[in-house]
Write a protein of this length. Structure first.
Length: 96
C-alpha cells in the first residue's frame, strides 16, 4: 500500500517509452500496455530511481501549477494504480 512515507520505484520487469510528452509502459509479466499523460509520464520518469512521495510531490509542484494537497492526492491515486498493475515496487519506510 502506498502511503506518504513510502519510497516507490519502477519494477525492472517493464519497458517504457516517451511519446509526445506521454509515456507508454509494457508490463513484461502480463504483456499489458499502459499509457500515462504528461504529468503521469513526469512521475514515471522520476521513479526510475527510488523516490519518496514528498520528493515526487515537490518535483511535480515545481514543474506544474498545482496545489500540494491536490498533488499529494493525485500522486497517491496514480501510484496505487501502478502498484495494483505490478508496475512499481513500494517500500514503506518506518520512522523511529
Amino acid at each position: 500500500m502506498v502511503a506518504g512515507n513510502s519510497k516507490v520505484v519502477a519494477v525492472s520487469e517493464q519497458i517504457s517509452s516517451e511519446l509526445s510528452q506521454e509515456a507508454v509502459i509494457l508490463n513484461l509479466k502480463s504483456g499489458i500496455y499502459y499509457g500515462l499523460s504528461e504529468v503521469g509520464a513526469s512521475i514515471w520518469n522520476l521513479i526510475q530511481e527510488p523516490k519518496t512521495i514528498n520528493e515526487i510531490r515537490d518535483a511535480i509542484v515545481a514543474e506544474y501549477e498545482v496545489e500540494p494537497e491536490r498533488c499529494d492526492r493525485d500522486i497517491l491515486t496514480l501510484l496505487q494504480q501502478l502498484e495494483t498493475e505490478g508496475l512499481i515496487e513500494v517500500r514503506n519506510e518506518i520512522s523511529v
